[in-house]
Structures are given as structure tokens and as C-alpha cells.
Design a protein. Structure first.
Length: 444
């Protein structure tokens, strides 16, 4: 730096301090005021916007795609250009070099000039980096579906660059207004894009996690009726299953009772959990845990175990309010309804087989309309018709259907309880009311 440059800088410094303000209390007062305003803004955002809730972490869910926070989205998108074994280059090497250049900036940047107009290279490089971060962030969040937003961003970035770059010695009247307008427009467009990103995001289903024993028993009972009844029976009594070997031959295997004292007294909750999760392939039981190829989460496995323990272990102290029987007792003269009496019986006895993915002549019994109208042999049940297919099969009679003989239900050979058959018969006789209100109206 020559003497002329030093004198020019000193003169400029002396001129600037003539209108300067003190750090205390002037500057610190302004800093505190701005900091307080930002604090109030953060409180408002946390109160009225908050954080979008996500489901409980499930380590067995192999379909989950992790997403970083928005301020790391640019790096997330940047890694797409470094696939496979090159990922470490984009994740560590290049960002590390850029951060290192910033850290050691004072050591290699000896330019005494500080105004934007005198630092074209530095300003251009930084503008390119910031623009790349903004563009990569948008690409990761909205996949750049809105090209208009992209063009506007480039135009506003150009206006900002031009406003900052202009030489202060050549003052332009509209420079400062353009700078403010472009800045606010840039922020507004960023906010709109962010809201658009939230609107385009797929809604995340909130996963409810049961915390009380009664609630776990109720959820576990529903899961047991779907996943376990087909082989173990509605009361865990066991039976017999047919297993197809690798060579195509079929073999009948006995299924022991899991509700007996021999099982409930000698197995802990942890062992039940592991059996359900891992399965018992040699006994024809597939794995149900998501970590081993099944469909159930750890919480769902826990619900089934809780249901088993508090339902069949006579040593367990059943909490008040827990449902130990899913099927209400039908009083004499009472008209059964689907929602109160029939649906619990269907869940307990039928739903394990009569749902999607099972061989059931397409007779899906997941809701009221399905029971009445579904299936290759529909209608399987008709109001007032005591010869309906459903009533015949649950009473131990085989019926000829469009695809051949419809065998006795349940197919494991163990008939359902007489009380449950009575519910179906009286429900059909009464006209198959759907709700409790419908049944009450018929009883009057």
C-alpha cells in the first residue's frame, strides 16, 4: 500500500468519525432493540406456526426416507451429483474446502479495499455460492416445478448485485429504493415458496402411541384378531394348520394353545415379543416384526403381547376399564346391531381371513357394506333370510357357490360359540340394523 492510498484511507476514516456514534449507549441500544425484536418474532413463529409433528421413530421401517432440516437441503440436493462411492466427496471434501477458504480468508486476502465496487471477484464468487445454495434448496424442496419463481429469483438477485456493486461516487437516485424493494421481494418470494413447499408435501399420518394398559389391550385385541386368529383361534386355543413345503407338498401341523397356563406361566413378555417378531418357521409361523420381513411395528407387537398377558394370564391384575371381552352379551329380547354386537364378533372370528390378501371368494368383512354386498357369492347375507350363506356356514353346513363348495366357517374346524351364532341369527331376523339407534327403534 503506497502513501497516497494510506492518506486517502486515513482522510476517509477521519471524515467518517465526525458523524460517528458511541458504542455505549447508542450502538448497544440499537443492537438490543433489534435482538429483542427477533426474539419476539421467534416466539410468535413458535406459538402460531410451531413445528410440523412427525410420526414416532420406527427403526424397523425400511421405507422411511430421512430428510434434513431446510437449512441443509442444499447439501442434500448437492449429494445427488455424487452418487455411490463419490458421496464422501460431496458430503465432506468440497464443503470442507469451502469452509477452509473462509476460515483462512484473512491470511490470503491482502486487498486493502473493502467497498463492493472494488471487490468484483470476491463479490461475484460469493454471489455465485449464495445463488447456488438458494437454487439447490429450492430444487430439493419443490423440485423446481415453478420456473417463474426461479426466473424471479435470478432477476431479484441481479438487482441486489447491481445495487450493491454500483460505485458510491456515481450516486443513482433509485439505487437505495431498488435495494430495499428487491430485498423485501426476495424475502417475500422465499416465504411464498416455502409455503408452497409445505402445501406440496405429502401429509404425514400421525401415529398414535398407546400409553395405558387398557388402550394397549384394545389395540392388541384388534391386531390379534387380524394377524393371529386364523391359526391360533380367537381365544388362543390353537388347532391345526396346513403348511406347504418347498416341494409343494402339504403337511398338517398342530398349533398348541397359547392361552393355557403352561404357556402364560412359563413365558415372559419378552419371549412372546421375540416369538411374534421372529416367527417360528419350523412350526409354520412367519415373522411379523418389521425388522424380520413382517408388517408390524415394535409398538404393535407390544400391544399384542399386552393383550395376551392381561387376557389369558389369571395372575395378571387387569386394570380398571380394560376390555377383556370384545363381544357384548346379548340380553334376552334385545335386538342386536352391527356396531355393537356383530362387528366385534366379525373382528374376533372372521376378519383374520376375510380381508385383502386372503383366499376368501372376495368376501371382505371389514365394514357393514362389505358384509352385505361383497364377495363372488354376494349377497352372502340377506335380511330375514335364514338360509343366507353366512348363517348356513357358521352353523356347520356346506353351501354350493359360484366357485365350488363353500365349506364350514371357520375353516379350522372349530365352530364359533353358540352365543355368537345367536347374535348373527337374531340380527338377520331383525333386518340387520347397522347402529344401536336402528336396533332400538326396531325393538320398540
Amino acid at each position: 500500500m503506497n502513501d497516497e492510498m494510506k492518506k486517502k484511507i486515513n482522510d476517509k476514516y477521519e471524515a467518517s468519525i465526525q458523524n460517528a456514534e458511541r458504542f455505549w449507549p447508542d450502538s448497544i441500544y440499537k443492537d438490543l432493540l433489534v435482538a429483542f425484536g427477533l426474539f419476539i418474532l421467534l416466539i410468535g413463529l413458535a406459538t402460531f406456526l410451531g413445528v410440523h409433528p412427525e410420526p414416532k421413530v420406527d427403526p424397523t421401517d425400511a421405507t422411511y426416507v430421512p430428510r434434513p432440516e431446510w437449512y441443509f437441503l442444499f447439501l442434500f440436493e448437492f449429494l445427488k451429483y455424487f452418487p455411490g462411492q463419490l458421496e464422501w466427496v460431496g458430503a465432506a471434501v468440497i464443503p470442507g474446502i469451502l469452509v477452509g477458504l473462509l476460515i483462512f480468508l484473512p491470511l490470503y486476502d491482502k486487498n486493502p479495499l473493502r467497498h463492493n465496487s472494488k471487490r468484483k471477484v470476491a463479490l461475484g464468487i460469493m454471489s455465485a455460492i449464495v445463488s447456488a445454495i438458494v437454487i439447490l434448496t429450492l430444487m430439493a424442496s419443490t423440485i423446481m416445478t415453478n420456473m417463474i419463481a426461479f426466473i424471479l429469483f435470478l432477476l431479484l438477485a441481479g438487482v441486489l448485485f447491481f445495487s450493491l456493486y454500483k460505485n458510491p461516487e456515481k450516486e443513482i437516485a433509485w439505487k437505495k429504493p431498488a435495494l430495499w424493494v428487491a430485498s423485501f421481494a426476495f424475502l417475500a418470494l422465499t416465504g411464498v415458496t416455502y409455503q408452497q413447499t409445505l402445501a406440496m408435501a405429502e401429509p404425514t399420518e400421525e401415529v398414535h402411541v398407546a400409553s395405558s394398559v387398557p388402550e394397549k389391550m384394545s389395540l392388541g385385541q384388534d391386531l390379534y384378531s387380524i394377524e393371529c386368529v386364523e391359526c391360533h383361534g380367537p381365544d388362543g386355543e390353537g388347532g391345526e394348520i396346513t403348511v406347504t413345503a418347498a416341494d409343494g407338498t402339504e403337511e398338517k401341523l398342530p398349533v398348541k394353545s397359547i392361552s393355557s397356563n403352561d404357556e402364560m406361566y412359563t413365558r415372559s413378555d419378552e419371549s412372546f415379543y421375540e416369538i411374534i417378531s421372529y416367527g417360528q418357521p419350523s412350526l409354520g409361523m412367519p415373522p411379523f416384526g418389521g425388522a424380520h420381513g413382517g408388517e408390524l411395528s415394535p409398538s404393535e407387537l407390544e400391544y399384542i403381547v399386552t393383550f395376551m398377558r392381561y387376557t389369558w394370564d389369571d395372575r395378571a391384575d387387569v386394570p380398571e376399564g380394560a376390555v377383556t371381552s370384545a363381544v357384548p352379551v346379548l340380553a334376552e329380547g334385545e335386538v342386536p346391531s352391527y356396531e355393537v354386537h356383530v362387528e366385534p364378533v366379525v373382528k374376533r372370528q372372521c376378519l383374520s381371513c376375510h380381508r385383502e390378501g386372503k383366499e376368501n371368494n372376495n368376501y371382505l368383512m371389514e365394514d357393514y357394506a362389505g358384509i352385505l354386498n361383497n364377495g363372488d357369492n354376494a349377497p352372502n347375507v340377506v335380511a330375514g333370510d335364514m338360509d343366507s350363506i353366512l348363517l348356513q356356514t357358521i352353523q356347520g353346513h356346506e353351501v354350493e357357490g359360484v366357485n365350488g363348495t363353500i365349506h364350514v366357517m371357520p375353516p379350522n374346524g372349530k365352530p364359533i360359540k353358540d352365543a355368537y351364532i345367536d347374535i348373527f341369527i337374531r340380527w338377520v331376523e331383525a333386518g340387520m340394523p347397522e347402529t344401536a339407534e336402528d336396533a332400538s327403534a326396531l325393538a320398540e
